[in-house]
Structure formats: C-alpha cells, structure tokens
Design a protein around this ligand. Structure first.
Ligand code: G6P
Length: 610
C-alpha cells in the first residue's frame, strides 16, 4: 500500500528510482512522483496514473542528482491527482509517506491557524508543514523529527529530504515497512527489498518506532527518544525473487502455471521420494524457525485477510477434520478490535502472502499481548509478521506479483494440509496417511493447465454478466468464497460465495434468468446435496456453470455450462485442484472484459494501512 524507494550515494539515481518504482507498483498505482537533490535544491516531478506516466518527465530532473526518493501511491486521503501525489514539498523539505496519519485533521487545523497553506487533500502534507515549523526553531533535522513523532498517530513509513542537508535522507517507521540497503559508498531504502535486489547485498529491516539517518557513508538508527539503536544486517536469497513474466502475457497467468512445480517442490522437500514412513519426519522439516507443538486442548486462532482468510477457513476444516483441536478462523481486522480473551496456551496462526498486511500484523501483536504463541504461514521470510512469529512456515512460492493472489493461496492450503497431518500425527488416533494421492497432485495440476482453452470458452459466456453466485459445500465452501473474490477483484463483476446449504436462506431470492451460479460439485464434498441445489437454481431459471468431475456425464447434461476438473478422493486436495480451475476462470473473464489483470483498479497487493 504505497511504495517508497530512494538512494543516497555518488552515482546519478533518477533511473534507479524510476525502475525501482516500477518494481513497487504492485503496492499502489494511482499516481507517482520523484524528488531528487541537486546543487542546493530539491527537484520534483509527479503525475497521476501508472508509473509509466512519469517517464516523459524524467528528463526534467537534473541528470547528475545522486540522492533522491520516489513514491507510488494507493490513495487514502484525497483523489488520485497530481496535487495529491507524493512527494510533497514545501520550504525545501520533501516527504514521501506510506500509511495513514489518523490525527492529521487536528494537526492540519492547528497548522492552518498559524498560517500554513495546504496544496493537497492528503494526510501526509501535515508532516511537511510540521517539519518546516519545527526546523525553523531547532535548526537540526533529526531533532525536528524527534520532536514531531510523539504527535503523530497511526501508521507511517516516511522518507524525508531537506534541501539544506545534502547527502542525507531521514526515514521514520511505525507499523509500515521500510528496509535499508547498504552498499559501498551508497545507501538505498525501499518499502520492499524486492526493489533493491541486485543493487546491494546487505539489508537492515527497520523496527517500529525507529528513525534512520541515511547517508552515502552508511546508516545511523535511533529510537523515538533519540537513543542510538543497534541493527542487524541481513542477506537475502535473491533467487526467491524472480520477477519476469516467463513468456506469459500477465504475471497472474504465469503464477497460476507455477503451482504444479511449487507443490512438486514442496512434496520433494517435505515428503521425499519414497513412501512416507512418518509424519514426524515432515514435522522436523516443516518450520524454518521454531517448533510446532499443538495439543488436543490447544485453542487455535487463524487470522488473515482476503484470500489468506479463505485459506485460513480451509485450514480450520483441515485441522478439525483430522484432530479434536478446536480452531477459530478470524478476519484479522475484526479480531484485533473484537478483543477476544485468549485462553492460556493459545496459538495464533497468521496466514499472509506478504507478511505486511496491517490488520494481520495488528492481530498478531494483539495475540502476543494476550500470551499466545504466534505461528505464521508466510511467503516473505524477512517480513514484519514473520519477525513477530515464534514459528514460521515458509510458503516457498517465490515472488507473487499479480495483485490477485493465486499461487500463494494454494501454497497456504497445501501447508495447512501438511500442518494438519503433522498435528494429527502427534496424537494416537491418526487416520491412514494420504501420501499417495498427495503425490499425484502436481500431475493433476498440469492437466488443468492443459484444459485452459475449455475454461476460457466457458469464461467468455459470462463476460456480460453483472452478478454471479458461487456455491459449494464442505471444503468447497471456502473455495466458493475465494472463487467469487477472484472474479470480483479481476473482472469487477459482482460475485459472492455461499455454502450450498445457505442458498435457500436468502440468496435464492436473487436467482432469475440474469443470474449466473458457479456450482462447485466435486464427487467428495456433499455431491448429492449440491445436485439438489443446482436443481433449485435451474427451476428458477438461474444459469448454472458447474465445476465437476471429467466423467460426470449426468451433471454435465443437467447444467448450461460445464468445466471438467480432475478428481481425487481427499476433499482438501480436491480443493487445491478446484482453486486452480477457478483462478483460470476468473483470469479469462477478466481478459475478455479487457480489465487490468495484474493491477485491478482500486486494489493493492500489500495492504499496509487499515
Ligand atoms: C490484499 C490483496 C489480496 C490479499 C490480501 C491479504 O487485499 O489484494 O490478494 O489476499 O491483501 O494479503 P496477505 O499479504 O496478508 O496475504
């Protein structure tokens, strides 16, 4: 949610900042801007829309500038316009911001009373005016920042440059991510290390309530009381961040295609090539950090947002179907404010692709305050949520760039699958291990890729639809929700997911000739009941698209459109197969509606504000 990148060094940096912004565009794409320092002045360009809109204006910045910062915005306060774009600049001070200043209104009123004139509708601009006012008194940028931070409420990662203090950028972090990259005689910073890869080897992740003074010669860190802080230097495995489209038109399509390989790699890593002797061996290999220990009485809370929340719902189904452990799955945004009293020994499992989602992070911090042990299923090893976790289970699916999550979802479900078996194996009454079916998964996922054209044909049929219902039972209920989320994110068609049994409790009132119903009808999850639900829809002239077994002729003849999918007996593994079918379906609906598949309107991949 907003991307920040910057450089302080000896080499011209405009191109580096522009290229870095493109790598951060997944964080927001409403507007962008760059500020650089040269010969005693700050120079600025900003434009609304995608980052490519900046390109024609790069030449207006001084080409020799060797310190600067850029910002790509996901609008919170104020429309996406040039005036509201960052950096904001006033009186030789420039600021970029990721986050929300929750008390900006009262600060703005105070500043306006003193004569400050605001150019934008943003919350961020108060920071520029606060700094100008404070600097006039204390004549020291670090002191000015230290005096201001106690007045700021909310979440913020700031980059700050001063025309009078060259070769220095100040960073301030509270609840929004910032990483510094250290090179030889040059320093870098960004919201995500992804944008710095290839430029430096050593990284420092800022902690909350820290201020960084970054110069070409290196980094000094302080807490909000001005006390110097130690920092840990981390190296990053660059191979995990491959970010090309691999010959596909869209990142999303490439990421869908990667799922078979990712799951094959996870099977090889955790289960090895032979027959599975013991889940205890898997347990030893599963977490990259910490030790999984769940007892039958352990209260387990799963927290996540969006797609990750639906993966969490499946996690609950998986753990509860194999063990007597009680699992509660919670929207992180509700959990953090609902303030449940967690019982002693509770485990909170955070599910998150990015590891930076503000609500999930706050839910984790709440759970920790309540004494819970935090586990995370996450795709980004050095993220804030992983750093807050005692146990980290890596999703291991490489950088996911498409804003709508695909491979991270199936990796989450797959890891919950392993986790549920590992937990079950710690009790005596574990059922027959499903390792053989598990091993068939990569090949079946390959088969789905080969059904691409068939799925696309059906997807074309709903291009003009305005609304769509997804329904499924058992493990396919969370999938119905996730399938509907994918469709609305990508194609802007209104879609909702329902449990098949809930249809008659309200949603059936919506059924008429204009309503498409995507029915998930694998052989394993309430098949007969789903067939009855389909009949109920057809009787009211609803238009059914069924996703079912390749050889289910009876079902195929019953419905208007049919998408065949390979079948397995285990409903959890079937859910992974169906998920990929639904991803391809949503993808092709979006392609044929001509929407922006990788960067759908109004969304951002990493939601670091509430
Ligand atoms: C955003 C993204 C979704 C994602 C959700 C949670 O809304 O657009 O695709 O599912 O955030 O993100 P996380 O990184 O925590 O999985």
């Amino acid at each position: 949610m907003c991307g920040i990148i910057g450089y302080v060094g000896k080499t011209p940096c405009v191109e580096f900042i522009f290229e870095g912004l493109k790598k951060l565009e997944y964080r927001g794409y409403d507007s962008s801007g760059i500020a650089v320092y040269d010969s005693g002045h700050l120079h600025l360009i900003k434009k609304p829309g995608k980052i490519k809109n900046l390109q024609p204006y790069l030449g207006s910045l001084p080409s020799a500038a060797s310190s600067g910062m850029g910002h790509t915005r996901w609008a919170t306060h104020g429309e996406p316009s040039e005036l509201n774009a960052h950096p904001h600049m006033e009186q030789g001070i420039s600021v970029v911001h990721n986050g929300i200043l929750e008390n900006y209104k009262e600060l703005k009123i105070e500043l306006m009373r003193e004569g400050a004139v605001f150019q934008s509708d943003t919350d961020t601009e108060v920071m520029v005016h606060l700094l100008a006012r404070e600097l006039a008194y204390v004549k020291d940028p670090k002191k000015a920042i230290l005096n201001i931070v106690p007045r700021l409420e909310g979440a913020f990662a700031f980059g700050i440059m001063f025309a009078d203090y060259p070769d220095t950028v100040y960073l301030v972090k509270q609840a929004s991510p910032l990483v510094v990259g250290l090179g030889e005689g040059e320093s870098f910073f960004a919201s995500d290390a992804l944008a710095l890869l290839g430029h430096c080897k050593n990284y420092v992740y800022l902690e909350d309530a820290q201020i960084a003074e970054l110069k070409s010669s290196g980094l000094q860190l302080y807490n909000f009381h001005g006390v110097q802080a130690e920092f840990e230097v981390t190296q990053i495995d660059e191979a995990a961040f491959s970010v090309d489209k691999g010959g596909f038109h869209h990142y999303m399509r490439k990421e869908i295609s990667e799922q078979s390989r990712i799951i094959a790699a996870a099977i090889a890593k955790y289960l090895g090539p032979g027959s599975l002797e013991s889940w205890a061996d898997v347990l030893d290999k599963l977490p990259a950090k910490g030790k999984i220990a769940v007892h039958e009485q352990t209260p387990v809370y799963i927290v996540g947002c969006g797609t990750a929340y639906y993966a969490g719902m499946l996690g609950k189904y998986l753990i509860e179907s194999l063990t007597a452990v009680q699992v509660q799955v919670e929207l992180a945004s509700e959990f953090r404010y609902r303030q449940p009293k967690l019982r002693a020994g509770a485990i909170a499992i955070a599910v998150t692709q990015s590891g930076e989602t503000a609500d999930t992070l706050a839910a984790v911090q709440y759970a920790k305050r309540q004494g819970a042990t935090v586990y995370s299923l996450c795709n980004v090893e050095h993220s804030s949520i992983v750093r807050e976790s005692e146990v980290f289970i890596p999703l291991g699916c490489g950088a996911e760039i498409g804003v709508a999550s695909t491979k991270a979802f199936t990796a989450m479900v797959f890891n919950f699958y392993l986790l549920s078996w590992v937990v079950a194996s710690q009790f005596e009454s574990v059922a027959q291990s499903p390792a053989e079916e598990l091993r068939s998964l990569p090949l079946l996922l390959e088969r789905i890729q080969a059904m691409d054209a068939q799925i696309e044909q059906v997807a074309k049929q709903i291009v003009e639809a305005s609304s769509c219902i997804y329904m499924g039972r058992g493990h396919h209920f969370p999938l119905a929700c996730e399938g509907a989320l994918k469709l609305k994110e990508l194609s802007y068609i209104h879609a909702e997911g329902y449990a098949g049994g809930e249809l008659k409790h309200g949603p059936i009132a919506l059924i008429d000739r204009s309503m498409f119903v995507v029915a998930l009808v694998p052989r394993c999850d309430g098949y007969d009941k789903m067939v009855s639900n389909i009949q109920e829809v057809i009787a009211r002239e609803g238009r059914v698209i069924a996703v079912g077994a390749e050889d289910d002729r009876q079902l195929q003849e019953m419905v208007e459109y049919y998408i065949p999918s390979p079948q397995v007996d285990d409903p959890a593994l079937q859910a992974i197969l169906t998920a990929v079918v639904l991803q391809l379906f949503a993808y092709y609906v979006a392609v044929h509606r001509g929407t922006d598949v990788d960067q759908p309107r109004n969304l951002a991949k990493s939601v670091t504000v509430e």
